[in-house]
Design a protein around this ligand. Structure first.
Ligand code: NAP
Length: 480
């Protein structure tokens, strides 16, 4: 059985305690590798190496760091097939999704921040006749980056690329459920000429190694993406230590469809925004609100297409949905389907596990599920399910749908479908969400602020927001 290793001080190494955890392949339900069950001793070792590396890395020019990060981006591109296969196997997502979304986006994360840092400017404020202020933006030092399992390398790189570009040394932890592509990244960093100790990748449980990263006094900032409950715990732990925090948390996003929309385009995109990556994207629109005149037409067409969606093993080119990430997660999603029934919902399609042929007969497959007839404020419509389950609800007015859309504790993303320009602006203005897509979904421009409001997080990633997060501003005033 393959044993993954930590990447500390530019070298692969076993966890100090010698302990490992099983790594499951969601497509088959089998254990296929072992990952280090690291703890605070490994974190201490990584911090030691990062401390030694920081003076070297932070003293390099932006152009020198940029060059290494571009090589890192190219290194992933050169191993595209290996990364794609690893991501799909580790997570259960269709190979095609890893090939078209996850890995290309991870490559562009490194490339984008490698070049962004060479354009990063800071402010200067002139005081007429008196003097001038200029603001230095210097790297923070050692930072912690903790990421989830749904878009493993994509979200991992979304944090570590700006952190490294800005001159910080990084202690990073991927989800213990999907460690493989982060493991491969160490090799690429070595080949790119990244100085030892600049990027350290530790594997293991959130409650041990993740917690040790958050608590280590020399780690000055934490960039975290994951569930709202974990975010709350991290905020409580890190706040008294005055660490800088960026928290990208859960969502329960509305997809609001007006009767005047481009129906075909809306339907095609709504299938994706509902079920891409088995519904395990924080930006998926799991609450679909449809203006009443369009409701029946939408319901018929949508349910027909969803019922025909192919659920298959991730290597099957016909697979639209692969496996969900783990057995406990599959059980959690199914428990929400049960809850929806208890709350009076009608399952229009799906709602059950899919049993594939050997060797995939113990994999974690779920039929995409559409539910109607639920109150907008019931638990099914308020809590994050994070699986291939959507609810559909009719509405009559903009005011009514805004109340329903804004009723959850979350405020991550929203999608709007309408051809009425004024309405699009009006609605976008009033929706509680950090990201609003009008007649589109999951469009990405790396320069824009990414993140949510309310219980969906604190701070923004992307573009200058990320570079500002990973630097400490210092204002200098010079008197004339
Ligand atoms: P999670 O359980 O909160 O875990 C996220 C990461 O935090 C994992 O690496 C996890 O490690 C680690 N962790 C857990 N407990 C920790 C602790 N006490 N201290 C430090 N680290 C700890 O979330 P998940 O189940 O992996 O991911 C799904 C969630 O992420 C959903 O809520 C989804 O909406 C959210 N998400 C948000 C965004 C966004 O941009 N807003 C993007 C993607 C996903 P282990 O897994 O190894 O335990």
């Amino acid at each position: 059985m393959e044993k993954l290793q930590n990447f500390i001080n530019g070298e692969y190494c076993a966890p100090i305690n010698g302990a490992y955890i099983d790594n499951y392949e969601p497509a088959t339900g089998n254990v296929y590798s072992l990952i280090p069950n690291s703890d605070e001793k490994d974190v201490a070792l990584a911090v030691e190496s990062a401390e030694k590396a920081f003076p070297i890395w932070s003293a390099m020019s932006n152009e020198e760091r940029s060059e290494i990060l571009i090589k890192l981006s190219d290194g992933i591109k050169n191993r595209m097939d290996e990364f794609v296969a690893a991501e799909s196997r580790d997570n259960g997502k269709p190979l095609s999704l890893a090939a078209h979304v996850d890995i290309p986006r991870a490559i562009s994360n490194f490339h984008f921040f490698a070049t962004a840092i060479t354009h990063f400017a800071s402010e200067s404020h002139y005081m007429v006749g008196e003097g001038v202020n200029y603001t230095l933006r210097k790297p923070i030092g050692i930072v912690g980056c903790i990421s989830p399992w749904n878009l493993p390398l994509y979200l991992f790189s979304w944090k570590i690329a700006p952190a490294l570009a800005a001159g910080n040394c990084v202690i990073a932890k991927p989800s213990e459920i999907t460690p493989y592509t982060a493991y491969l990244l160490g090799k690429v960093a070595q080949e790119a000429g990244m100085p030892n100790g600049v990027l350290n990748i530790l594997h293991g449980l959130g409650s041990s190694v993740g917690d040790a990263i958050v608590k280590h006094p020399k780690i000055k900032a934490i960039s975290f993406t994951g569930g709202t409950k974990t975010g709350e715990y991290i905020a409580k732990t890190a706040a008294p230590m005055f660490k800088k925090l960026s928290l990208e948390l859960g969502g329960k996003n509305p997809n609001i469809i007006f009767a005047d929309c481009d129906f075909d385009e809306m339907l095609k995109t709504t299938l994706r925004s509902s079920f891409a990556n088995q519904g395990q994207i924080c930006l998926c629109g799991s609450r679909i609100f449809v203006e009443r005149p369009l409701y029946e037409k939408f319901k018929t067409a949508f349910v027909e297409k969803v019922a025909k969606t192919t659920v298959s093993n991730p290597t099957d080119p016909k697979a639209i949905l692969g496996a969900v990430v783990s057995k406990p997660h599959m059980e959690k999603v199914l428990s929400y389907v049960q809850l929806a029934k208890e709350e009076g919902g009608t399952i229009l399609t799906g709602g059950e596990q899919v049993h594939l042929e050997v060797p995939y007969n113990n994999g974690y497959y779920l039929r995409p599920t559409v539910i109607e007839g639920l109150a907008y404020d019931c638990r099914t419509n308020q809590e994050e399910i994070f699986g291939p389950v959507v609810t559909i609800t009719p509405f009559d007015t903009e005011e009514e749908v805004l109340i329903m859309a804004n009723s959850t504790q979350y405020g991550l993303a929203a999608t709007l479908w309408t051809t009425d320009l004024k309405r699009a602006h009006r609605m976008a203005d009033k929706i509680d969400a950090g990201i609003v897509w009008v007649n589109a979904w999951l469009v990405r421009d790396l320069r824009t602020p990414f993140g949510g409001m309310k219980a969906s997080g604190v701070g923004r990633e992307g573009g200058e927001e990320a570079l500002r997060f990973f630097t400490e501003p210092k204002n200098v005033y010079i008197s004339y």
